[in-house]
Design a protein around this ligand. Structure first.
Ligand code: PLP
Length: 428
């Protein structure tokens, strides 16, 4: 494949944008080579500036669950744009999407919209602290909750590949209030709670981790967290920025039948526009300004275009009773296909999957936490990534990311991908 124009555009971007990108993982630092500049996308495919077509397994890191340029979403945005793009005043559509989200997700009464997943998680933690009157939080090594200061402590996603889990600029004062636990290790969480008795406001977790590859919670792990939270007056915060409206209508809460106290959303809920949200029962949400003392605000929060995109997306997901089964079946088909060709080619691997989130790890042991995820062979991953790119298949440019399957992919696309992986496996 030729990336001449992408290379030229990257060089131009580097002159005026730090690293040439507006979010670090896009720079391909973990895999080397030239970042690909996208011209447009439709359904399951990206079309780049050099005219290459790529089957897309990232889908804007999750939001495009029904494929790119999905007509009902695009139409809703275009329609709204003609009527004004921002008012900074209440609009009816905010209530409509809120009503729909509350009807789809278990155990929430109210939802507040923000502009990103980062804002959602940051605000959820402030609310948890305000509500409980406690300062410390527990997060899990390898989980990513956005780039706000309290979360950049052994964070996943781009923060891992840059080797700076503790970013300069995060103060010791902030870091001391974030306690780190091992994913899937309930004993470890229990010990942290004991050692910090009556100081912990919340435990924040990706109920299926997606930022150190895809890591499912072990049986009873989430239930164990729920029990510990109940016993210690700690709020359980599910960061469902990836899993929300993807793993089930009601997200991971529904899938695992565990109630969280606060739930964070992003990605799918905005249909590809910048949207995040956090939600909880009345007693917690009523602590937020203007009803309560915990401050949170946003000039563009509830933006009409973003709400139109999100409402159109949620309506589609709510009305299509088969969507989550279909996504699961497609991803299971891909999972089996990849496992077969990697085994046939004697590659050492582990595949993790929950619903339409899947990741391939080049290591043979179980991948259950940050430590085991970090054991994967990165050199093999780099070759795998570039080999697939050369075959027109785009996976995340980092071994620490989940692939997101979109409903726009056909079984023909999946077969093509499995064949491409077979070809690439022979070169590893
Ligand atoms: N939480 C999770 C689980 C995420 O995966 C991400 C982003 O990938 C975020 C929070 C942050 O969301 P955003 O990038 O929209 O700020």
């Amino acid at each position: 494949m030729n990336y001449k124009r992408s290379s030229a555009l990257f060089a131009q971007a580097e002159m005026v944008i730090p690293g040439g990108v507006n979010s670090p993982v896009r720079a391909f630092k973990a895999v080397g080579g030239t970042p690909i500049f996208v011209k447009e996308a439709k359904g399951g495919y990206l079309y780049d500036e050099d005219g290459n077509r790529l089957i897309d397994y990232i889908n804007s890191w999750g939001p495009m669950i029904l494929g790119h340029a999905y007509k009902p979403v695009v139409d809703a945005v275009v329609d709204k744009a003609k009527k004004g793009t921002s008012f900074g005043m209440p609009t009816e559509i905010e209530t409509k999407i809120a009503e729909l989200a509350v009807s789809m997700v278990p155990n929430i009464d109210k939802i507040r919209f923000v502009n990103s997943g980062t804002e959602a998680c940051m605000s959820a933690v402030r609310l948890a602290r305000g509500f409980t009157g406690k300062d410390k939080i527990i997060k899990f090594a390898g989980c990513y909750h956005g780039h706000s200061d309290s979360f950049l402590i052994q964070a996943g996603s781009g923060a891992i590949t840059f080797g700076t889990p503790n970013s300069p600029g995060v103060t010791q004062g902030t870091a001391k209030d974030t306690l780190l636990a091992r994913y899937n290790d309930i004993e470890n969480v229990s010990q942290l709670i004991e050692a910090n008795k009556d100081e912990i406001a919340c435990i924040i977790i990706e109920p299926v981790a997606g930022n150190m590859g895809c890591i499912p919670p072990k049986n009873e792990f989430l239930k164990g967290l729920r029990d510990l939270c109940n016993a210690n007056n700690i709020l359980l915060v599910f960061d469902e920025v990836m899993t929300g409206f993807r793993l089930a209508r009601g997200g991971a809460q529904e899938l695992f039948n565990i109630n969280a106290d606060i739930v964070c959303f992003g990605k799918v809920i905005g249909g590809g526009l910048p949207v995040g949200a956090f939600a909880a029962r009345n007693e917690i949400m009523n602590y937020l300004a203007p009803l309560g003392p915990v401050y949170q605000a946003g000039t563009l929060s509830g933006n009409p275009l973003a709400m139109a995109a999100g409402l159109a997306m949620l309506n589609e997901l709510n009305n299509d009773v088969e969507i989550f089964n279909r996504l699961e079946e497609k991803t299971a088909y891909l999972h089996e296909g990849i496992a077969k060709v990697l085994s046939d080619n004697n590659i050492v691997y582990t595949i993790n999957r929950v619903g339409s989130m899947i990741s391939v790890h080049f290591d043979e042991g179980e991948v259950v936490d940050f430590e085991t995820a970090a054991k994967g062979n990165n050199e093999t991953f780099k070759k795998f990534f570039h080999g697939l790119l050369n075959e027109g298949v785009y996976i995340a440019p980092s071994a620490f990311e989940t692939w997101f399957i979109t409903d726009a992919l056909t079984y023909k696309d999946l077969d093509y991908t499995i064949e491409a992986i077979d070809k690439v496996a022979k070169t590893l």
